[in-house]
Write a protein that binds this ligand. Structure first.
Ligand code: HEM
Length: 449
């Protein structure tokens, strides 16, 4: 009787279909609010075949994000585990998690990323040249996916444009298609195609690893060249590679998935908001034009230029608050937990969501108003309330990467184009955010300054 109120619903299905349906219709927040009205702040339900406790609010987020692994462990769906591999960071805990995370951070920390600003800039200019210039209409979401994937490919593998990268893109698209599928491995299921693509990509990554190992030995590659050379250069006390080859392969795949889908959604929704909030557009344009005026024609943006893009990043943060690309997630309960006067039993899962604190008017006054200036003083928010990147030891390690690519892409898009929405501005979650028809826009080239 100390279990939270609520019902576990039908066996296996539970409330999964109701939640997924609400997500698709963009009414998931309402769906959750109804639960809260009916059962209170902590309630039980059943999602994706598991008994679940839904928690929300600052204390709940703190519980989820600060767990050291002794009470909860991270958890992905079965299909993600099988497609991305069991040694990916999502699946690891305790010392293994720390070891792999440190290796990733070596590459993803701002001091390392600084040196890739020019490379990202080049990739983004090329993308606009090929896919935007000379067009009257483009569909933003698929293009942003293409862009963020190409950036990841170039920085992770040092793979430049060409046949080999095209093969990766094609194969990777098949892999992504099945990440959210039911893991039924029969010919012609989405999962089967994705699983096969995963095996092919793993082999391609292994070949790349071998090539880079040789290049490092021959000193024709540097440790900071890309993520693979970075992984290969990290040594343990015995002078051996710190990560196993399987860990390198699986974590490269994790970063490919975690790093491109989320960022492409942020860019897409930022372009959407600039089309519907003229005062935000005007302020972003002013900031970016000022930076453009200080550059010579063709000169790449620098780390220092990015530091000046304060308003643009605040607009991106406000976009992340109102439309977080990651709706929420799960944690496995590995030891009984007391929360809010209830028992959350071992073996169950906890469901956390980002929008509930993001849209709480006690934390963000007038939450439905798009107002980047609320991020002028970051320190004014209570901890664990603005959580588009999660928090605690599993806080997204890709924040700076996402920030850099968002700012560079926005710089070039707002200084080179003006745009208008061609469809309504509705969106849903599938389960990743998708705007109506992928956000088609009409574009016009601006006169280059
Ligand atoms: C706007 C862009 C992004 C958003 C909104 C986002 C969001 C998140 C969130 C919410 C988590 C935590 C999930 C949890 O605690 O269950 C996470 C974890 C993670 N993200 Fe991101 N992410 C973004 C971009 C990136 C990029 C660009 C990369 C890599 C280049 C990346 C790599 C990762 C990895 C490896 C983890 C797992 C961390 C761990 O378990 O320790 N993300 N991300």
């Amino acid at each position: 009787e100390r279990l939270p109120p609520g019902s576990l619903g039908l066996p296996l299905i539970g409330q999964s279909l109701g939640l997924l349906r609400a997500m698709r219709a963009n009414t998931a927040e309402k769906w959750l609010e109804q639960r809260i009205r009916k059962y209170g702040p902590v309630s039980k339900l059943s999602l994706f075949g598991k008994p679940t406790v839904f928690v929300h609010g600052q204390a709940a987020n703190k519980l989820v994000f600060t767990s050291d692994g002794s009470t909860t462990s991270a958890q992905q769906t079965e299909s993600i585990r099988r497609i991305l591999g069991e040694r990916g960071i999502f699946e690891l805990s305790a010392e293994d998690h720390k070891r792999v995370r440190n290796a990733l951070m070596l590459f993803l920390k701002p001091e390392s990323l600084k040196q890739y600003v020019g490379k990202m800039d080049e990739e983004i200019r090329k993308h606009l040249e090929v896919n935007w210039h000379g067009k009257q209409q483009v569909t933003v979401l698929p293009l942003m996916k293409k862009l963020t994937f190409n950036i990841i490919c170039s920085l992770l593998f040092g793979l430049e444009r060409g046949a080999r990268r095209d093969e990766f893109v094609e194969c990777f698209q098949k892999l992504v298609d099945g990440v959210w599928s039911v893991p039924i491995n029969l010919p012609f299921t989405r999962y089967n195609g994705s699983f096969k693509a995963s095996k092919r990509i793993q082999n391609m990554i292994k070949v790349l690893i071998h090539e880079k190992r040789v290049q490092l030995e021959q000193k024709t590659a540097s440790p900071q060249q890309d993520l693979i050379t970075c992984f290969l250069s990290i040594r343990n006390d015995d002078g051996k590679e710190e990560l196993t080859e399987l860990e390198m392969v699986h974590n490269i795949m994790v970063v490919m998935v975690a790093g491109h889908e989320t960022s492409s959604v942020l860019l897409t929704f930022l372009l959407r908001i600039l089309a519907i909030e003229p005062y935000v557009y005007a302020a972003v344009l002013q900031e970016q034009e000022e930076i453009a005026r200080s550059k010579l024609s063709g000169e790449f943006l620098t780390w220092e230029d990015l530091a000046k893009m304060k308003y643009t990043w605040r607009a991106a943060q406000e976009t992340l608050r109102m439309t977080p690309p990651v709706f929420g997630g799960f944690r496995n309960v590995v030891k009984d937990i007391e929360f809010g006067g209830f028992l959350i039993p071992k073996g169950w899962q906890i469901f956390w969501v980002a929008p509930m604190t993001h849209m709480d008017d006690r934390i963000f006054p007038e939450p439905s108003k798009f107002d980047p200036t609320r991020f002028d003083k970051q320190s004014s928010f209570p901890p664990y309330c603005f959580v588009p990147f999660g928090g605690g030891p599993r806080l997204c390690p890709g924040i700076d990467f996402a920030r850099i690519e968002t700012l560079i892409a926005m710089h070039h898009i707002v200084t080179q184009f003006t745009w208008k929405l061609c469809a309504d501005n509705h969106f849903g979650r599938d389960p990743v955010l998708v705007p109506s028809r992928g956000l088609p826009i009409e574009i016009m080239s601006r006169t280059v300054l």
